[in-house]
Write a protein that binds this ligand. Sequence first.
Ligand code: BTN
Length: 319
Amino acid sequence: MTREKILDFLKRKQDYVSGDLIAGRLAITRQALWKHIQELKDSGYDIVAVPHLGYKLVSCPDRLFPHEISSHLDTRLIGKKIYYFDVLPSTMDTAMGLGTKGAPEGTLVVAETQTKGKGRLGRVWFSPKYKGVYLSLILRPDILPNQAPVLTLLSAVAVCEAIKEVCRLDTQIKWPNDIFLNNKKIGGILTEMAAETDRVSFVIVGIGLNVNNDKKLLISGASSLKEEKGEPVNRLQLLQELLRRLESNYSLFRKKETVRILDKWREYSMTLNKRVKVYSHKEHIEGQAQDVDADGGLLVRVDSGITKKVMAGDVVHCR
Ligand code: BTN
């Protein structure tokens, strides 16, 4: 707490602040202040100390520290409780464990890297350290399991909105939840659910974004915000905006205004009105992607003229 307050002081002043002043305001000794400053320096904050002038914050580390995420974050639910890790196998497993133990709705798990990042359909999500945003969010909506896919759609909308706001880039969604930029994948969403009989107990929304990844470390067909924008992106600002957008879209969902989420999803969609091949565990179908319905399912008009609804699977755009 004290360290956060010291940081706040230094950030607001953007110049030298006398040690006496900070110590006095926080009612701590000069030695205690010095110790806190050393700890801040150890975690990457560049703080210079000049006799008679005091301390000055030169730069902050590129880290998603919880106190930085919470700073000036005005959400009421999303990210109110944050678990931060330098390294985790997967934020999904940690969030699942926390959810099972009763962690409140809105609890956020963030990691700087994942050693076993999980993608959809059993794939791996490459999570290089300090390059991306890797998070899992615990939600406890009062819904039936078949309504859960809408949470994925609303998360995809939140991602596109946040990227637009922070990076001024126009992303698109490939059904159900791949985030594309200039026809290259830059993010994905994985949703897992814990349900009891016919009621959802909680849902984990996992979001992975390639933010400052270098081209040479990206697989073919993938890119990062930095590569497409031509300059690095502030991961912290992006994450904060993402939490705000998740909160506003989740609030629409809770007010049963799913129609508004779907309308936004349609605007961001790169799948609708395309000829698609859908590979699901049940069947392979080919046809025209027509719409998403209120459950988040994709409606595909196959060549016989029938419209089929797909709830999960891999989509390939034919043209
Ligand atoms: C996909 O497009 O296949 C979904 C990728 C989801 C990746 C994120 S990164 C944070 C969270 N933890 C994981 O292990 N996976 C999700």
